[in-house]
Write a protein that binds this ligand. Structure first.
Ligand code: CP
Ligand code: NVA
Length: 302
């Protein structure tokens, strides 16, 4: 593995298999596996945005690996008052053994990782959310037995969001078929999908559902985009994941969502709360994959 996990471009298919293997062990033997991997180590968790799953799963994860999780509200740090990211990285590298960061600008996370001598994990930026995708891929592997070109996943909504971007990188990594159902105004980034014939942009939400194994959606208004709320509600309305879409999909199609969910917006309540919805298995897997990643990047032994 590389020193940092900033996007899925930082990992290889072999790394992914290793993460799956360790995650499965962490999940099966939650009380015992990796208990001392972070013993004597302190991991800083810097958050500039709200979080339920990411914060809790990382704090619990560090603790279960025997380390000390240090939650840092970025608005209370000096970096919010003009200290440079580079100086912050230098200082934190003298105290901590790893940094997990959720913030707005992806460049800020890249700069932090560039200067820090300790591993940095991206816990969501405006552009990417790699930890979420690792949990999603583990969930697909658990339900389908594999994550490869035999899997067809359709993402509905904002084709340029951190989730859409991350799904594109996941499709590039695994070869799975990815359809992004999105309006032209928020179509997937050309630079990310260029040259990948397993990744498709589809304006028609009904067509996008054809033969799908997994439906995936995310909020229409991501953190930091609140001022665009009215425009986004209008734009994405035709892209709600409804029960009717499942008629076009494979018989056993499932529903994924990174959460938090807004019933009646990006997903109909009858889908979110149906047996097809595997969102809580998906959320649980955040804990297991992140423990695996921390053990590989920050642990003494995997
Ligand atoms: N999916 C996810 O990252 O959730 P939180 O925003 O609650 O951390
Ligand atoms: N796209 C969402 C994901 C939340 C986990 C956001 O950035 O707010």
């Amino acid at each position: 593995m590389k020193k940092d996990l900033l996007t899925l471009q930082d990992i290889t298919r072999d790394d992914l298999e290793k993460i799956f293997e360790i995650s499965a062990d962490m999940k099966q033997n939650r009380r015992t596996a990796g208990r001392n991997i972070l013993a004597g180590k302190s991991i800083g968790l810097i958050f500039a945005k709200s979080s339920t799953r990411t914060r809790v799963s990382f704090e619990v994860g560090v603790s279960e690996l025997g380390g000390y999780p240090l939650y840092l509200d970025q608005s209370k740090m000096q970096v919010g008052r003009g200290e440079t990211v580079a100086d912050t990285a230098n200082v934190l590298s003298r105290y901590l053994h790893g940094i997990v960061i959720r913030t707005f600008s992806h460049e800020e996370v890249s700069e932090l990782a560039r200067v820090a001598t300790i591993p940095v994990i991206n816990a969501l930026t405006d552009e990417y959310h790699p930890c979420q995708l690792l949990a999603d891929m583990l969930t697909i592997k658990e339900y389908s037995g594999k994550v490869d070109k035999s899997i067809r996943l359709a993402f509905y909504g904002d084709g340029r969001s951190n989730m859409a971007n991350s799904l594109i990188l996941a499709a590039r990594l695994t070869g799975m078929e990815l359809v992004i159902a999105a309006p032209a105004e928020e179509r997937p980034r050309e630079d990310l999908i260029a040259g990948a014939d397993n990744i498709h942009w589809e304006v028609d939400p009904v067509k996008a559902a054809e033969g799908v194994d997994y439906f995936y959606t995310d909020v229409w208004v991501s953190m930091g985009f609140e001022e665009e709320r009215a425009r986004r509600m209008e734009l994405f309305r035709p892209y709600q994941v409804t029960a009717a879409l499942f008629d076009k999909a494979k018989k056993d199609a499932k529903f994924l969502h990174c959460l938090p969910a807004h019933r009646g917006e990006e997903v109909a309540a009858e889908v979110m709360d149906s047996p097809r919805s595997i969102v809580f298995d998906e959320a649980e897997n955040r804990l297991h994959v992140q423990k695996a990643v921390m053990s590989l990047l920050m642990g003494d032994k995997a």
